[in-house]
Design a protein around this ligand. Sequence first.
Ligand SMILES: [Zn+2]
Ligand SMILES: [Zn+2]
Length: 227
Amino acid sequence: MVDKKILSCDVCGKSFDSTNALEKHMELAHKDTRMAKSIGKQKTSSFIHSKKLIIAVIIGVLIAFSAGLGVYYTMGINSNPQNSLTIGGIECNSMEQLQYHIHAHLDVYVNGHQIYIPPQIGIIDDKCIYWLHTHDSTGIIHIESPIKKDYTLGQFFQVWRSKLGNSSSFEEVLGGKQVPTVYVNGTKVPNNMNYKDVKLKAHDEIALVYGTPPKSIPSNYSFPEGL
Ligand SMILES: [Zn+2]
Ligand SMILES: [Zn+2]
């Protein structure tokens, strides 16, 4: 006995004994349904496809997001060099800040001898310039800041001490132990005042004296025109 192959219509469930008969039935009875079914299949596949697309998009977004985070993180470092370079509240900016621009002059004496004040204190070549800096070795301190407020000798020394491009730091020069006698425009600053708290005012002549004082204490400095 040979089993007759029973084919049933998957739309209405009717049975047929040959593929031909089934196809004929489909053609006659379910032409539209069939089309709809095949469209439905397409829909399903496009749904699966779009599901994949959504996953791909999510992955893409995640990648973009983490890449963005990376960029943000690096930018955070690059665009705010002042955050990592700031010394004692003094920022290092890529441009000189001329909104508040004054100059003071510093003389440092150790046992009567004048100490060399290096140029370029607070200037990192090709990178940035601190609000407190020197350009030359005249002892002129440039205060160039976007914020008009009092800056101190201590802040300038902090920048100087950090060395940056300079070979000799303030502490090295002075041994870092002695406390100087400080004169501002020839007037001695009270002993109870920390010399680091001396404010840098326009055209002040500041003299730091270590050990034996020099023959005379300067009371002013002739600033070049324009400074
Ligand atoms: Zn200046
Ligand atoms: Zn300058």
